[in-house]
Design a protein around this ligand. Structure first.
Ligand code: BG6
Length: 502
């Protein structure tokens, strides 16, 4: 503990204690996630001395590769995607405990090879039988791998599983995955990743609400007019047609990241910050979500257009996408949380690929002042108060307030009180995966989704998707580089409101 408190680099990844010695095994180690996110996250943790004293990493994938080739590839990945300067001594220490096992996931012999690599590491590096398995594998091989891991549990130490998305395709398949998991493992051994929960700014939403006395009393239907949540991405599907064609924005973003942002915004204060208390409150919100009618959901798909000055193809022209695909790359919806705090307060949400800009925000729009005593013309530039949480980029929080324009008359305009992470804290922003991998090693599941949350999320998605099956949308209906289809604007105009201006 003392070591960590004195470690200035650990700021932002507050650690209660150093994790137990363990081996982290990544199934699906040849994929993009390992290269872009997991290995750079491990390096960042090593850089800050936050990894266990005795630690090892095993990569498992189908591609034939030697330990050295794997290490070399991972080194390049860290140099390319890491957020810290590359230091040979940090890398060498991490790479020393790195192994690679080439196997087909469903092959018993392969599973034995993994198990024996792990026992060997226990002996060589003193990792004490403690295991973290990171499953970044297709859902089709998931039950076989989980079953094999259950059978080969080491006699000593603990075992924890990190499960990457997609966690199922609908409620039924998610339940089947949960059943497969629950046979050999208990819920507290399962860590379902939603990487948005690992983002600093998402956790800061909890701090903003529950560490300040001024927001909570007005955080309800009496003072809030409505809430807008946007997850806009400027990128397209980045060569992931195989996955995205059957997922769409509704399963890729709405089912997990978006609904988690909403749950955190709407939840009741938990009695403490433990996994069960926090997740108990979130799941109540998910349960209280009213299924939106067809008029309250808009879906879209991008056509050709310009993003950040560059011409980009339409979704149907992307490689691997059917020329008549009806996959949604944009979803907007009006949702209601049917409970005492939020009754009749709309949550307008939207998410899309190939939007004009990358921007994830939560905007809390308050009701207008009941009786502003100024002349109407004096308030021309005045908008209602908005608390805007910038999840990314330009991380921060901004409060829009009315202020007097300097001069003789009484003219009121909207100005912003801003908190910017870059200005307030010296430390860089940790990547979500750093926090989440560390939390798993510490056995803290607060920022992971529980079975019941995932299932509630799917119930809502299933209801929306089954309504979509009734008619064929006319796609594409928005140009790449815009903010979505016109029908999304109408969704708010009908209520006398509009999307937040960018
Ligand atoms: C992933 C989705 O879960 O989140 C991707 O599968 C998406 O399609 C990504 O691009 C967005 O994450 P971030 O952290 O860049 O906002």
């Amino acid at each position: 503990m003392a070591v960590l408190e004195e470690n200035p680099l650990a700021e932002g990844l507050q650690v209660r204690r150093r994790p137990d010695s363990c081996v982290l095994t990544i199934f699906g180690a040849s994929g993009d996630l390992t290269k872009r996110k997991l290995m750079p996250a491990l390096y960042a943790l090593a850089f800050r001395q936050l990894l266990p004293q005795k630690f090892a990493v095993v990569g498992v994938a189908r591609t034939e590769e030697s330990d050295d080739e794997f290490r070399e590839r991972m080194k390049e990945a860290v140099q390319k995607f890491g957020r810290d300067e590359f230091r040979d001594e940090v890398w060498d220490r991490l790479a020393e405990g790195m192994r690679y096992v080439a196997t087909d996931f469903s092959d018993e012999g392969g599973e034995d090879a993994v198990a024996s690599a792990l026992s060997e590491l226990d002996e060589q590096r003193g990792t004490a039988g403690n295991r973290v398995y990171y499953l970044a594998i297709p859902p089709s091989v998931f039950p076989t791998v989980v079953d094999a891991l259950g059978k080969r549990r080491s006699a000593e130490g603990w075992t924890r599983l990190i499960i990457e998305k997609p966690f199922g395709h609908d409620l039924e398949s998610a339940q089947a995955l949960n059943t497969a998991l629950q046979k050999p493992f208990t819920e507290d051994e399962v860590f379902r990743i939603d990487h948005y929960l690992g983002k600093e700014t998402v956790q800061n939403m909890l701090a903003l609400r529950f560490a300040n006395g001024i927001f909570e009393p007005i955080w309800n239907r009496q003072f809030i007019d409505h809430i807008q949540i946007a997850v806009a991405e400027s990128i397209g599907i980045e060569g992931r047609a195989g996955y995205y064609e059957s997922a769409g924005a509704i399963r890729d973003i709405f089912q997990n990241h978006l609904l988690q942002l909403l749950a955190i915004t709407a939840m009741e204060p938990p009695i403490d910050f433990t996994a069960e208390s926090v997740r108990n409150e979130k799941v109540k919100v998910l349960r209280a979500l009213h299924t939106p009618g067809p008029k309250s959901v808009v879906r879209g798909q991008y056509g050709r257009g310009y993003v950040e000055g560059e011409e980009v193809p339409g979704y149907r022209e992307e490689e691997g996408v059917a020329p008549d695909s009806v996959t949604d790359t944009y979803v907007a919806a009006k949702l209601y949380v049917d409970n005492w705090r939020w009754a009749d307060t709309p949550f307008y949400v939207r998410m899309g690929k190939r939007m004009a800009r990358r921007e994830t925000t939560i905007a809390i729009q308050f009701k207008r002042a009941p009786h502003p005593p100024f002349e109407e013309t004096a308030q021309d530039g005045l908008r209602p108060n908005v608390l805007l949480v910038h999840i990314q980029p330009d991380e921060g929080v901004s409060l829009a307030i009315g202020a007097k324009v300097p001069g003789q008359g009484m003219t009121i305009r909207t100005v912003h009180m801003d908190f910017l992470y870059g200005g307030a804290f010296r430390t860089g922003m940790p990547e979500a995966y750093e926090r989440l991998i560390l939390d798993t090693m510490l056995g803290d599941a607060t920022l992971f989704t529980r079975t019941d949350e995932v299932e509630e999320q799917w119930k809502l998605v299933d209801a929306i998707v089954s309504a979509w099956k009734r008619d064929r949308p006319s796609f594409p209906n928005y140009a790449a580089g815009t903010w979505g289809p016109p029908s999304a604007d109408e969704l708010l105009h009908r209520d006398g409101r509009s999307w937040r201006r960018h």
